[in-house]
Design a protein around this ligand. Structure first.
Ligand SMILES: [Zn+2]
Ligand SMILES: [Zn+2]
Length: 264
């Protein structure tokens, strides 16, 4: 198994380690490659994202490490680009993860991945209490997140389900929920993108399985989508977190995972 992690965060945002500590951790973990994907500058919510100034430093830092460690590990300078963030100039980054963290209703950004009370509030305020309307708006936005920047990786496809184990808020078998994600797959599959199988919520104790959920995984696979394990890693100890285990588990579903070289 080629070990590589293409969803990683550092202390430029909400991660614990410097990029160099992450690179050293990656070498120690036996990884062939690491992709840095810091949170894009997102002007309407500065809590976890790069500032414009830090974006420049981040790029310089990672580019420097690419040279310094060129003979030991492949390093890619990427960005997790939020669907409402400004798109950087072409050529600035090696690749993007296109991610939805908010859905905008009027001027209100409803946060998708910080607890289900945000979803409840959004549903009350904008959808007359209908939670499936939030899910439909979320999945519609996922298409835009990928299309607008030609992202290499579809970020945490069903992150809206992040807290389902701790605080169930909708029925994932509901026909409207299924129809919403299927419609998004209809748009994304022909775009030939890589879907991440993200274990970040497991390493942070929020879930016991990766997202996408297994019915979605199965369908992506059956429709010819490419699947790649990622860590959404916020500290060096969690690089390629349980990748061997999850590769085996997903293999038992008859699903074959790809490695990072599929992107380059
Ligand atoms: Zn994200
Ligand atoms: Zn992330």
């Amino acid at each position: 198994m080629i070990l590589a992690d293409f969803h990683t965060h550092t202390n430029y945002c909400d991660g614990k380690n410097t990029p160099e500590e992450m690179v050293l951790g990656a070498i120690e973990r036996g990884m062939e490659a690491i992709g840095f994907t810091e949170h894009s500058y997102t002007p309407f919510d500065s809590r976890y994202c790069l500032t414009q100034e830090k974006t420049k430093q981040y790029i310089e830092d990672v580019r420097g490490l690419q040279q310094k460690y060129a003979d030991r590990i492949k390093i890619y300078c990427g960005l997790e680009l939020d669907s409402y963030a400004p798109i950087p100039a072409a050529g600035t980054f090696d690749f993007y993860i296109g991610s939805v963290h908010y859905v905008k209703f009027g001027e209100d950004y409803v946060v998708m991945d910080e607890g289900n009370d945000n979803l409840r509030r959004g549903a009350e305020l904008h959808c007359g209490g209908d939670i499936y309307c939030i899910a439909e708006a979320y999945f519609e936005r996922v298409v835009e997140a990928v299309r607008r920047c030609d992202a290499a990786i579809v970020g945490h496809f069903d992150v809206i389900s992040k807290f389902q184990e701790l605080d169930p808020i909708f029925d994932e078998n509901h026909p409207r929920y299924k129809a919403a994600w299927r419609k998004t797959l209809d748009a994304l599959i022909p775009m030939n993108k890589v879907f991440e199988v993200n274990v970040g919520a497991i390493s942070r104790g929020k879930r016991t399985t990766p997202y996408p959920s297994s019915p979605i995984l199965q369908e992506i696979w059956e429709r010819g989508g490419k699947l790649l394990l990622t860590g959404d890693t916020h500290q060096k100890e969690n690089l390629c977190f349980q990748f061997e285990h999850w590769a085996e588990e997903i293999g038992k579903m008859g699903i074959e995972l790809r490695d990072y070289t599929v992107m380059f």
